[in-house]
Design a protein around this ligand. Structure first.
Ligand code: NAD
Length: 460
């Protein structure tokens, strides 16, 4: 934990570093991105080990969603950064003749990146890629609830970068963040819960610091009557129980057309057995709850409704079986809170407008998944439900495409990132109009006598 004086010194050092202009050139940013990739490669096995210690993530799961994901994104940014940094030429109105106009994407300055525990490595470093690409300095605050990963991040960053450029501050969020945010950052990028997101926004107000908030919510998974049940079931089970349901965009609950509910339940049960065996407690591929606090919260949801499959728990080993829950009410806590664990309630609908009304009880989910063969159903849900982003006939994987913006809407967050959107988030768009001096059109200058008619002709 940093003392107040150390925090102040770090902030000052980053200010001086940024103001030196060293982060501006393309060559610098490119080198830093390459350095980071090299650093992650060097620490790769220790990162996977740390993720196993914190969440018992299988190395395959940890590699693909936390490490390989970053390699791909670094490569994508490197392939495009030079072009993104070019000033964008746009047209200029005739009344400004003889002028040309350009949009310059310039660094913001000092940025603060705050991360949660569920993808503790990726969610700390993925925003950092945008900050580096944008030419900024950064302070990273990983989650104290995934301590092994937080330690590795601190070590990797210290080994790779000058702290005056990029540094890690560890510790309790409720202490470390207010100490940091007494200073003015040019952008705060927060990933985490809605209540803490609100606090971050409050702390940003006195400095008018812009914030990106990547929050959570209840992401519905709608299964229409016209659907490939077997494929839908397998993809839903994979997505829901990846990281034991501790994924911000995990399907929170299923809303299935009543005509195909029984068929879907049979296929969901078969998929759980296929992916994790008859006893998932013995599966190497199934993660654990992060801590006893989260275990206790999620385990209480098992008392609601009726368990169709799973339901077993082992508090000592933070294990909750992949569970399907039936007969829950919309007013039950499991249908009020973001579950963020391996429990999947199944509710039904009889027509699409009814499903849309039901989803609207939890406004603006982070994701929405639509399993259907009907393009009409697909269109209606995309247009009529407000949500961050999602998939049709799939789940989670929209976030792996760096061409797509990733972010919430309303209560699930504000702002977006990944690929070009990260670059845009971490840069300021400076609009510049340049006028030739060989001609100075006199119409705008007083005296205005007899000029109104002309200006009306030019600006109709
Ligand atoms: P959290 O809000 O408790 O913590 C996130 C970060 O905020 C941590 O670094 C923590 O140290 C810090 N923090 C905690 N209390 C603080 C305080 N009082 N003041 C300042 N900072 C504080 O979230 P979490 O439990 O780590 O993560 C789970 C939540 O994150 C879920 O709601 C999930 O949906 C959401 N999430 C969203 C995304 C996304 O991309 N939208 C991704 C992952 C997780």
């Amino acid at each position: 934990m940093f003392s107040n004086a150390q925090t102040g010194q770090l902030y000052k050092a980053q200010q001086l570093y940024f103001e030196s202009g060293v982060t501006y050139p393309y060559a610098f940013r490119k080198t830093q991105l390459k350095q980071l990739k090299k650093g992650i490669k060097k620490y790769e096995s220790r990162i996977l080990e740390a993720l196993h210690k914190d969440l018992r993530k299988h190395p395959m799961e940890a590699y693909s969603s936390e490490v390989g994901f970053l390699y791909d994104e670094i490569d994508f940014i490197l392939a495009n950064l030079k072009q993104w940094m070019q000033p964008e030429v746009v047209t200029s109105p005739f009344v400004t003749y003889p002028s040309s106009s350009r949009i310059y994407r310039v660094p913001l300055g000092l940025t603060l990146i705050i991360a949660p525990w569920n993808y503790p490595f990726m969610l700390t470093l993925s925003p950092l890629l945008g900050a580096i690409a944008g030419g900024n300095c950064s302070i990273l605050k990983p989650s104290e609830l995934a301590p092994h990963t937080a330690n590795i991040i601190a070590e990797l960053i210290k080994d790779t970068f000058d702290p005056a450029y990029i540094a890690v501050v560890e510790g309790e969020g409720s202490e470390a963040i207010p100490a940091l945010m007494q200073f003015r950052f040019d952008h705060v990028f927060f990933t985490g819960s809605i209540p803490v997101g609100k606090k971050i926004m409050e702390m940003a107000v006195p400095h008018l610091t812009p914030v990106t908030l990547e929050l959570g919510g209840k992401s519905p998974c709608v299964v229409d009557e016209k659907v490939n049940i077997t494929v839908a079931a397998k993809r839903i089970i994979w997505a829901k129980f990846w990281n034991a349901g501790q994924t911000c965009v995990a399907p929170d609950y299923i809303l299935v057309h009543q005509k195909v509910k029984n068929e879907l339940v049979t296929a969901l049960k078969a998929s759980i057995v296929e992916l994790f065996g008859e006893n998932p407690a013995t599966s190497e591929d199934y993660a654990r709850m992060i801590n006893t606090k989260r275990f206790d919260t999620v385990a209480t949801y098992l008392k609601e409704g009726h368990v169709l499959h799973g339901g077993q728990t082992d508090r000592e080993h933070l294990y909750i079986a992949p569970t399907l829950l039936d007969d829950v009410e919309w007013s039950d806590p499991v249908m009020q809170d973001e579950i963020f664990g391996p429990i999947l309630p199944i509710l039904t609908f009889s027509d699409l407008p009814q499903a849309i009304q039901a989803i609207r009880q939890h406004p603006y989910p982070l994701a929405l998944y639509i399993f259907t063969k009907s393009s009409k159903t697909e269109k209606m849900l995309i247009e009529q439900v407000r949500f961050g982003g999602g998939c049709v006939n799939n789940a989670l994987v929209h976030l792996t495409n760096p061409e797509l913006p990733f972010g919430g809407a309303g209560y699930s967050g504000m702002g977006k990132y990944h690929g070009r959107y990260s670059f845009d988030t971490f840069t300021h768009q400076k609009g510049m109009l340049k006028t030739g001096t060989w001609l100075d059109v006199p119409v705008k200058y007083p005296p205005f006598k007899n000029k109104l008619k002309l200006i009306k002709q030019l600006m109709k």
